[in-house]
Structures are given as C-alpha cells and as structure tokens.
Design a protein around this ligand. Structure first.
Ligand code: HEM
Length: 161
C-alpha cells in the first residue's frame, strides 16, 4: 500500500517536472543565445509562407533553411526543392541519400530552429494544481485515506461473509 502511494506521488512529481521542462525548453521560445549568437525560432506557420522560387525556406531535421540562393545551384534541380518549399523536407532529403558534402552545405543556409507549438493549451488551474508541492501531498493523502478505507471495508466484508 505504502509503495503504491510513493509511486503515485512520484508519478505526480514527474508529471510536474515534465510540464515545467516542456514549458521552459520547447515552447514559447523566441530566441536561443550563446556567445552573442542568437538562433531564431520559427513556427510552421512562419515557414509555410516562404514557398516561392524567390523566397524558399525548408525544414530539415527541425532546422530551418533559407535556400532561395541555392535553388539554381542544386545538383538535383530546383523543381524538387520547390516541391518541398515552406515544408518539412527531412524525409525527401534523407531518401536521396545526400553526401556528407551536401550535409555540410546546409550550414550556410541555416536561419533558425523549428519552434514547437503547443498542441493544446494547458489549463493553468490544472497545471498549477499539479505543480505545487502541497497539492501533491494533499492529493496523495486523500488517495491514501480513500484506498485505506476501501481496503478495510473490503477486508471487513470479506470476513463477515
Ligand atoms: C538545402 C538542402 C539541400 C542541399 C544542400 C542539397 C545538396 C545536394 C547536393 C550537394 C547534391 C549532389 C549529390 C550529393 O553530394 O549528395 C544533391 C543531389 C540531389 N538532391 Fe539535394 N540538396 C538539398 C535538398 C534536397 C531535397 C529536399 C531533395 C528532395 C526533394 C533533394 C534531391 C536531390 C536529388 C534528387 C539529387 C540528385 C541525386 C543524384 O543525382 O544522384 N535535395 N543535393
């Protein structure tokens, strides 16, 4: 019984850390800066509109590239690139089996990282409920009482029948 409660409490704490981690690392970031270099984050919406031959962006492995100036130089032709313009081209890029040289070329067109968006908004009440330590203990205590009473009731019923 005690073990179940500990596991339950740990699970709640993990959920809490998970929520905080996701909130702080993946979502809502505009820029990531180190040594004066800032990396911009773009949403799928931002990227989608850059789908023309005079303005071509691609996503490859969660990184965003502005390949407008590369279209005419691409050994595989510009058509294949334009088909992927404004979208995630990771799969097609890998399907071709590009060389190491091709992968290194990517760097010069890098403009930022893909910004992960919240699939649905977390209810702030629920997230604050699960993320405050006193509520974790309160929920655990109530659960312990309910399970304890239920267990005693079950044993009592079992003995009397
Ligand atoms: C900005 C991203 C890209 C770069 C820097 C790039 C670079 C290159 C390079 C350097 C080559 C010559 C072969 C090699 O070294 O691997 C090549 C070939 C090719 N690429 Fe790309 N590529 C990019 C994106 C794509 C995408 C998204 C597609 C697919 C839709 C694609 C399709 C091809 C094809 C079909 C060839 C010809 C392969 C062959 O003739 O064997 N490339 N690319």
């Amino acid at each position: 019984m005690h073990t179940i409660l500990i596991l339950y409490s740990c699970n709640l704490k993990l959920k809490c850390f998970e929520l905080l981690f996701v909130k702080n690392t993946l979502f809502l970031k505009e820029k990531r800066c180190s040594n004066r270099n800032c990396v911009k984050y773009y949403t799928l919406e931002d990227i989608r509109v850059h789908n023309m031959s005079n303005d071509t962006w691609l996503i490859i492995h969660d990184k965003v590239y502005d390949i407008t100036s590369f279209l005419e130089e691409h050994p595989g032709g510009e058509e294949v690139l334009l088909e992927q313009a404004g979208a995630d081209a990771s799969e097609s890029f890998e399907d071709v089996g590009h060389s190491t040289d091709a992968r290194e070329m990517l760097e010069q067109y890098f403009i930022g990282d893909l910004r992960f968006e919240k699939k649905k908004k977390l209810n702030p009440y629920i997230s604050s409920l699960f993320c405050s330590s006193w509520s974790i203990w309160l929920i655990s205590a109530v659960a312990a009482v309910v399970v304890g009473v239920g267990y005693r009731y079950f044993i009592f019923e079992h003995r009397s029948s």
